[in-house]
Design a protein. Sequence first.
Lengths: 96, 239
Amino acid sequence: MKIYLEKFGTTLTSRQAGKEAFSAFQPRLSDIGTNEPLEMDFEGVVTFSPSWGDEFLTPLQKEFGKRLILKHTENPSVQATLALLEKIHIIKFKRI
Amino acid sequence: MDNKDLIAIGEAAELLGISRDTLRRWDKNGRLRATKSSGGHRLYSRFQIELYLSDLQILAKDWVESATEISPKLYCPNSAIFQARLHKMERFLSRVRELESIFPLIVAVAGEIGNNSFDHNLGNWPDLPGVFFGYDIDKRKIVLADRGQGVLATLHRVRPTLETHAEALKVAFSEIISGRAPESRGNGLKFVRQVIADNPIGLVFRTGNAELILKKDKADLDIHGSPSNFRGCLAFIMF
C-alpha cells in the first residue's frame, strides 16, 4: 500500500495533528496484506517535524518494521526528523 | 515631523490592535509617547507605530514578563490558531529565494518550539494560555513566547533533582526526557539543537533566569544567566 503524506497536510508539525492523522489512518491498516509493504511518500510535504512524525511514523515502524518503507525525499525537514526519530528510538527506517 | 504622517489615537490603537485607554496609559507611563495637537488631542506618527510593531523582541519580552496587552495578530490563544499562522509563515518564507533550501527547517524549528508550549502547558496554564508568535521576514527573525510554567517546573516533575533553570535548559536541549512522562515526548528541543548546529540559524532561548544561545557549528550548549527572571519561555530565532 502506498500512502501520500501530503493528504494529511503540507505542514506536518504538531503532535495533536500527528495523532489525529494516525487515528484516521488506522482503519486502512486492516487492508494491508500480511507480507505487503507500506510505502510512505513525502512528495508535497513542505514542513515535517519530530512531533508529528513521532505520533505517526513511530507506531507504524513498531508494527510494520522493515515492511514500512520511506520514499527518499530531498526535503531537509523530513531528513532531519527521520534522523532524530532513528536516534531517540534506536531504530532504522527502511528507505528507497 | 510631516503632519501627514500624524494619526489620531483611534487609528493608532487600531493599527496596534489595542484599546485607546491602553494607549493613553502608555503615553502617561512613557512606553509610547504621543504628541499633542493644538486642541490637546494625542497624535502619533505612523513611523513611530510601525517601529513599535516591528520591535517584536520588546513586545514579547514585555508580554511574557508583565502580561502587557498585545495585538491579537501576535497572540495565538490555542494550538489551532498557531498551526494556521505557522502555515501562513511557511508560505511567506517559501517565496524568499535565499531561504529556498532551509525554509522548511526554519518552520520546523518554530513549530517545535511553539508546539512545545502547548503540549507542556495543556490544562496547566498559570494565567494566560497560548503563545506570542511574531515574525519579520525582512529582518530574518521569529519571536515566540509563552506565559506557561517554564522548563524547570515542567521537567522537575520527572527529574526532581533539577534545581536551577540553567540545569533544566541543559536537560531539555540535550537529554531524551519528557515532561509528560510516561508519554514519549520531549524530543523537539533536541531536534532544534541539531538543526541549528547544521544550518545558518540562530536561537536565543530564555526561561526563568537562564538563557541559552545556539548557533551553527557550535555543538556546545552556551547557557548563562539571563538579564531578567520570568515564568514561561521566550525564544528568538534568527536566520
